[in-house]
Design a protein around this ligand. Structure first.
Ligand code: EPZ
Length: 421
């Protein structure tokens, strides 16, 4: 996997239709939630084929959950859990494995896991997760990089106020609360669509969850949860990736299987740059771009429903060749400009000062040898290479494969000159 690379000849316009894959950031907490079901099979449709999903399935198997994939559907059975420890090797692979903590405590009242790994987007602390679970009765000690978590008397409801609307912390608290004794309230909860998807799944399993999508979520603990069948929502960041690709390369595209409501600020922003975008039917979006785009003055990343941090690198690539100057302010992660040095080597004019990046639009980017630095930064480099003059090679595809099913296949179907070797 490490030696693979994408060879891209840039300059083709994009044209065609793409069905958007299921959401990675919904699939992971949903797979974790299936740990809470004491018998029977949970069925998750529209689960994307990604390495991160593979890792989550391996973690489930490690603790005794039977899980298998049938096409786009993943089936799990958590009747016979055998182990409350997630091995270091798997924890290191994926930061989001921390979301297993809440479900394992909720089901087994104990859990041992190491500090999470994953993309380097600055320090990825888990203090909000741990302090909330402690308020619910968990005893959590940290020894040599391992977390030992126990709730000998079971978890109980608590009134939790998050200093930051952390997506992962909100998910962990929901997962720990659905079978805790009493009521849990989460104040300043994350409002992302993936939170609503998790709440819908949990409710289908018999949980009592109210307020998902708002900043106050109330969970009333129940005795037992039952298996259910659920369809994962579509991936709004993958949808944003393809929209941004047309913004970079020009052309026209139909995206199907996407809820445009989940795209929040992205559509109005692209429209303000000169993209023609219409949503039609139940879940389709049409985009057409021709000629040079106009740079938006400022893009600030914010918790949902603000502009998503995961789309920052994608939009930066589109502004790199737009007319004018864009100021980016990355308010969510400390170190999320790792793609800037690679874009600069392609001729982009970008200055980074702390959490601010100033992008002066240039007329053309030039292809070259590019290294992905993280998942969305890697996708941004693919977009840049597709729109650049000349040939590019993108390496470290392991980052990109964490979040995109067959990225080269999708782009090839809409006219890009791209192959993996
Ligand atoms: C989720 O990460 C997503 N990952 C990220 O997507 C996404 O960028 C992020 O939410 C923000 O939307 C998954 O859902 C698997 P956070 P998460 O907790 O839960 C700080 C991608 O590309 N923080 O909302 O880790 C943290 O350091 C990935 O798919 C604390 O300080 O995000 C960060 O600066 C990248 N203490 C900010 O909050 C904590 O205990 C946002 O983190 C937790 C978080």
């Amino acid at each position: 996997m490490e030696r693979q690379k994408l060879i891209i000849n840039g300059g083709n316009q994009l044209m065609g239709e793409i069905a958007v894959q299921g959401a990675k950031n919904s699939s992971l907490p949903l797979l974790s939630a299936t740990v809470l079901i004491p018998q029977g099979e949970c069925i998750l449709h529209n689960c994307p084929r990604l390495t991160d999903v593979d890792y989550a399935m391996r973690i489930l198997s490690c603790i005794g959950v039977k899980c298998r994939r049938e096409g786009g559907t993943v089936i799990t059975d958590a009747s016979a859990l055998t182990n409350n420890e997630i091995p270091q090797s798997l924890m290191r692979e994926m930061r989001s494995s921390i979301v297993f903590l809440g479900a394992m405590l909720g089901r087994m009242n104990s859990c041992k896991l190491s500090f999470p790994g994953g993309c380097e987007l600055g320090p990825r602390p888990i203090d909000l997760h741990l302090s909330a679970l402690r308020e619910m009765g968990a005893e959590i000690t940290e020894q040599h990089g391992y977390l030992m978590c126990n709730a000998p008397k079971g978890l109980h409801g608590a009134d939790i106020s998050l200093s930051f609307p952390s997506v992962g912390a909100t998910e962990n608290i929901m997962l720990a609360a659905v079978r805790a004794k009493g009521v849990t309230q989460i104040h300043n909860a994350a409002r992302e669509p993936e939170i609503c998807d998790l709440a819908e799944f949990l409710s289908s399993c018999g949980a009592k969850v109210l307020g998902a999508g708002t900043d106050i979520i109330t969970v009333e603990g129940v005795e037992k949860l039952y298996p259910c069948e659920h369809r994962v929502i579509s991936d709004r960041i993958v949808a944003a990736t393809y929209l941004s690709a047309v913004a970079c390369c020009k052309g026209e595209l139909i995206l199907t299987g996407v809820q445009s409501a989940y795209l929040g600020q992205i559509i109005p922003l692209l429209q303000s740059m000169g993209c023609k975008i219409y949503s039609f039917g139940k879940d389709s979006i049409y985009i057409r771009v021709k000629g040079r785009l106009k740079a938006p003055a400022t893009i600030r990343t914010m918790p949902y429903p603000g502009f998503p941090t995961d789309a920052q690198a994608l939009l930066m690539t589109a502004t790199a060749t737009a007319q004018g100057t864009t100021v980016f302010v990355e308010n969510i992660f400390e170190n999320r400009y790792r793609h800037v040095s690679e874009l600069s080597r392609m001729g982009a004019n970008i200055k980074v000062e702390g959490k601010v990046a100033v992008v002066e639009g240039v007329s053309t980017l030039y292809g070259g040898e590019l290294q992905a630095t993280d998942l969305r930064g890697g996708a941004a480099l693919v977009l840049a290479a597709l729109s650049a003059e000349g040939k590019s090679a993108v390496t470290r595809l392991c980052y990109i494969d964490r979040g995109y099913e067959n990225i080269e296949g999708a782009f090839r179907t809409i006219g890009a000159d791209i192959k993996r070797i």
